[in-house]
Design a protein around this ligand. Structure first.
Ligand SMILES: [Zn+2]
Length: 132
């Protein structure tokens, strides 16, 4: 039996719970909670053109970009990537001081495992699973 027409014309399913303004609010909350409010992003936005990374940060102009692929993942995974990029505003390199900041977020290890597992399952190669 064919589906009714209106079902086919439904727009592509889309989550609206995390537009850029909501991302910005979450970034500020994470910074306040885990980074002593020291990381203050100027903007946080979703981008669709990041294939090999989950997120990136430009400390110079304090902008954070997250891959739209994260929209399909649990909030605590998105929060980890946000934390990671926020921490880069304090420490540009992946050194001990950097991971000490990121480690304030309690689900860091779980989220890293989730992202690695996702990349593996998706057959994504290269830098996948690693945030910038
Ligand atoms: Zn990084």
């Amino acid at each position: 039996m064919p589906e009714p027409k209106q079902v086919k014309r439904l727009p592509r399913r889309r989550r609206t719970r995390t537009p850029d303004a909501e991302l910005m609010r979450r970034a500020q909350e994470l910074s306040d909670t885990y980074l002593g409010g020291l990381a203050v992003p100027a903007s946080v936005s979703w981008v669709s053109n990041q294939r090999s990374r989950w997120g990136s940060c430009t400390p110079g102009d304090r902008t954070i970009r997250l891959s739209e692929r994260l929209k399909r993942m649990p909030d605590w995974v998105v929060d980890y990537v946000l934390m990671h990029e926020l921490a880069h505003m304090l420490e540009p390199r992946h050194d001990e001081k950097f991971w000490a900041w990121v480690g304030h977020y309690p689900k860091t290890e779980m989220a890293k495992g989730y992202l690695l597992g996702w990349s593996d399952a998706a057959g994504v190669s290269g830098a996948a699973g690693i945030t910038g």
